[in-house]
Design a protein around this ligand. Sequence first.
Ligand code: ATP
Ligand code: MG
Length: 395
Amino acid sequence: MKCYIAAKKIVQILQEAGFIAYFAGGWVRDHLLGKDADDIDIATNATPQQVMELFPKTIPVGIHFSIIIVVQDEVHCEVATFREESGYHDGRRPAKVSHTTAEEDAKRRDFTINGMFFDPITEEVYDFVGGKKDLQRKVICAIGDPHLRFKEDRLRMIRACRYSARFSFPIEEETAIAILAHATELFPAVAIERVYDEFKKMTRDPHLFEALLLLHKYTLLTQIFKGMPLISYEELEEKLKKPLLFPEKTYPIVYLFELLHEVSLEKKIEICKHFKVSNKEIEFAKELHKWKSSPSLDDIELVELYTFPESEKCQQIISIHQQDSSFDRFHKAKREALKDHVARRKANTPLITASDLIERGYAPGKELGKLLKQAENLAIKLNLSSKEEVLTKLL
Ligand code: ATP
Ligand code: MG
């Protein structure tokens, strides 16, 4: 509600200054579907310069696309000047952007249901592209000629699948034909980072699996995973019968691994690099892999991993792998077997302390530290639980 009030105030200020200003795109679609979102984009005929002059707090984020963030009552709202895009040469971005009318701005948007405006003052919807009708028909339909629109920006093919899954609206026939016709042209036009951003949005939506199936159906997954051991449509369908119940903030790359046949760690790192994921994600993927192959892990490593299972990372890894029953059985048994060692590590109360060794004539220093480490490893490896036993074996 706070966002709505702030965004409405921005529109009011713009309109009182003599400009046209509306809520635009996704918010209008969601509003008509009865789901008011918090993310409100504003479109106006005021130029970025005029927007900056009108509001005391602004951030010029996307001046190239005429987008200014206006900070109103602590809410950040994107205000974009109505624009027309032309001269798409590379299938991803326009060569020229010029200011225009609301109607023309609607036409440069991707799908009819995403192309409407809403005036929060009069509560009137402005629909120049047949968006309302398509919301009623429940279809995802490109604005204008779908072939041209996908040639302009090929990412739109992936977006079509995302929206289709999200709203359970089929993709309109001509739009669907155009996706099949242009799927092979996805790369090199589209930057992989934009594709990954779309995956990110999909993984935050409960309809992720429908979206993945659609991407497979329209042969887009084959393009995205070219040269990688992608599973077949039927295998994916079978796999997704049992939903992947990963924790809320699971990195998208973890879901993407599910689309592939079993691969080595090296291959997984290569895939991470292909998608240009962050180093943090790569580290997570490595750790996840390490746990998956945990039967080969040393007991000492396992004690280390089990020491802080309440950390968010460990929780995530555990719940991701828990779907694999052998993983669960192995770890339950191991955790039980190693529980005393884990408890000692957590409480920082080792079986052998520095004073035990000093009492036996060892001088404090680096060597003593090494010996203490050896003592702990010995206790874990041989599953010893008494001080004497460890000291006998150690010294
Ligand atoms: P979401 O809830 O998934 O963010 P959204 O509709 O808000 O949905 P955004 O990606 O945030 O989608 O984009 C905002 C609006 O900008 C869209 O509704 C659409 O009108 C327009 N848009 C975004 N990406 C494109 C694109 N690649 N081509 C044309 N129009 C686009
Ligand atoms: Mg959005």
